[in-house]
Design a protein around this ligand. Structure first.
Ligand code: COA
Length: 171
């Protein structure tokens, strides 16, 4: 299946939110609080995305198939996020709709994130992945990620063990 990558913009808020909610409900159903997942609607996610896109300075890449957004990545300089990684080039989101996983889209998005970091002079990409998210940890490992340390990640008042990892950006 052919897919395209392009930069995400404010008009993509619904498409991005739709991928986020659908992917979270699928990938996180046994990981994060089910009440939170049930209440996290596409409408609510769209509202949040609209507030962020264009104002947070992040680099957003969307993957499309026949014009439909099927995946996206968000990366940025980590200014206020997880403490030990302030100043790092940070991957804040990488999601591909379940029906489109395993086709190289995640790898292409990750590569775009790494290339953008390289263009900005960073020597590593850092990210967090829920410690219980074994398939995604395997994806990242396959793509060169190395574990740094486990730290708690707070979401909706709950704490989830999270593996922080790095991918070296080759010069
Ligand atoms: C993780 C995710 C982004 C990967 O995207 P994807 O499009 O499915 O992965 P790709 O098809 O690009 O796979 C790229 C490579 O990783 C490998 N890979 C992908 N998933 C894998 C897995 N679960 N275990 C082992 N290897 C895996 C592929 O075999 C491929 O290897 P190759 O380069 O040798 O061919 C996607 O599956 C996803 O959105 N998962 C659910 C949400 C999630 O957990 N996101 C990460 C949040 S931190």
């Amino acid at each position: 299946m052919q897919f395209c990558l392009r930069l995400g913009a404010i008009d993509d808020a619904v498409g991005i939110a739709s991928v986020q909610v659908t992917t979270w409900r699928n990938a996180y159903k046994d990981i994060i609080d089910s009440g939170f997942l049930t209440n996290f609607s596409i409408e609510r996610a769209t509202e949040i995305q609209r507030g962020r896109i264009g104002s947070d300075g992040a680099h957003r890449i969307v993957a499309t198939v026949n014009g439909q957004i099927v995946g996206y990545a968000v990366c940025n300089l980590n200014e206020t996020g997880t403490e030990p990684f302030r100043g790092d080039w940070f991957l804040f989101a990488l999601y591909v709709l379940p029906d489109f996983q395993g086709m190289g889209i995640g790898k292409a998005l990750l590569s775009g994130v790494i290339q953008e970091g390289k263009a900005r002079g960073f020597v590593r990409l850092v990210f967090g992945v829920f410690s219980a998210n074994d398939p995604s940890k395997a994806f990242y490992k396959r793509n060169g990620a190395v574990f740094i340390e486990e730290l708690p990640f707070q979401l909706d008042g709950k704490s989830y063990p999270t593996d922080y990892c790095e991918i070296v950006i080759e010069s």
